[in-house]
Design a protein around this ligand. Structure first.
Ligand SMILES: Nc1ncnc2c1ncn2[C@@H]1O[C@H](COP(=O)(O)OP(=O)(O)OP(=O)(O)O)[C@@H](O)[C@H]1O
Ligand SMILES: O=P(O)(O)OC[C@H]1O[C@H](OP(=O)(O)OP(=O)(O)O)[C@H](O)[C@@H]1O
Ligand SMILES: [Mg+2]
Length: 279
């Protein structure tokens, strides 16, 4: 059985569980379950704090896991990133009171509050800056107002928590993070199937299926506008002057492609969701 670590709480847990479900796995029924087995798929799930997942996988206690890239790097564990999973995006940034800092050099010998001391310490050391790290568990943005730090380094998503705390981002991007599949670096049987299935879910989310009818004389122009992966499926219609075309397109291009096809003479342009895919 492949032993998989999954976030039990926090920002990544719901989407990770949803993605595994869409990939055909049976997860926990009760949000307090610590462990479930899915013998039909040859896997076991262990529900753990996302911050601890890299430690379990890096030590070899578990085979693979889903966590954030920032948490993986902060852990200092031997676990390695296998593939990005397309959700849980965030950036990791420095912030301070408006106008107080402009660049990294300003952090020399000042107090920086963070819940990610491994990540931030390595970044500062890599840039030759020595700061005093103040390790906090969360709500790091309050550390400056409350006087325990001069600046913070934290996860930024919308930026609204920083704004509320009267802080402004400065300096370089510490990290662009998202949820990632991690492994111990040792090949595990079944891990490749898990990866292919998760990538199938990503494709199903990122692409849609487009069907349309188009006069034969405009087929070349239409397929140039939406070429698909290998090549579009073209089927005859009862009217010999028209054909039906089916093609996968990126979800984000959907409306633009529909407009373009319509202006080329395509009609009955239909978009449907993809539930699963193996490319
Ligand atoms: N808005 C966000 N806030 C916090 N973490 C986020 C956000 N968006 C994405 N993430 C990612 O989620 C992971 C942190 O999840 P984790 O469950 O440890 O913290 P959390 O969501 O803040 O939960 P809590 O602090 O309540 O334990 C990191 O990889 C982080 O980059
Ligand atoms: O840029 P934003 O959209 O405002 O999101 C980022 C904030 O969200 C997280 O905090 P969380 O709510 O998890 O609380 P915590 O600090 O106690 O972990 C994170 O630590 C930031 O504080
Ligand atoms: Mg948090």
């Amino acid at each position: 059985m492949l032993r998989i670590a999954v976030p039990n709480k926090g920002s990544l847990s719901e989407t990770a569980a949803q993605m595994l479900w869409e990939a055909g796995y049976t997860g926990r029924r009760d949000p307090r379950d610590l462990h479930t087995a899915d013998p039909r798929n040859g896997v076991e799930f262990f529900y753990l704090r996302p911050r601890d997942i890299a430690t379990y996988v890096g030590s070899g206690a578990l085979d693979v896991g889903i966590t954030g890239r920032d948490l993986l790097l902060d852990s200092g564990s031997d676990a390695v990133e296998i593939a990005p999973l397309g959700f849980g995006d965030s950036t990791f940034r420095f912030a301070g009171p408006a106008g107080a800092f402009t660049d990294l050099a300003g952090l020399q010998d000042v107090r920086v509050a963070t819940s990610y001391p491994g990540l931030v310490g390595a970044f500062l050391a890599g840039h030759g800056v020595t700061s005093t790290l103040v390790k906090l568990d969360g709500a790091v943005e309050s550390a400056v107002r409350l006087g325990v730090a001069d600046a913070v380094a934290d996860v930024v998503s919308t930026g609204s928590t920083l704004r509320q705390a009267g802080l402004e981002i400065f300096g370089p991007v510490i990290l662009d993070s998202e949820a990632v599949l991690i492994g111990s670096g040792v090949e595990r049987s079944g891990a490749d199937t898990l990866l292919r299935r998760l990538q199938g879910v990503l494709v199903a989310r990122q692409y849609v299926l487009l069907d349309y009818d188009v006069p034969v004389e405009h087929l070349e122009a239409a397929t140039a506008a939406a070429p698909g992966f290998e090549s579009p499926t073209v089927s005859p219609l009862h009217d010999p002057e028209w054909v039906a075309v089916r093609v996968m397109i990126p979800r984000g291009d959907m409306n633009q492609v529909m407009d373009e096809l319509y202006s080329l003479g395509a009609r009955a342009i239909l978009v449907s969701a993809i539930h699963a895919a193996r490319l």
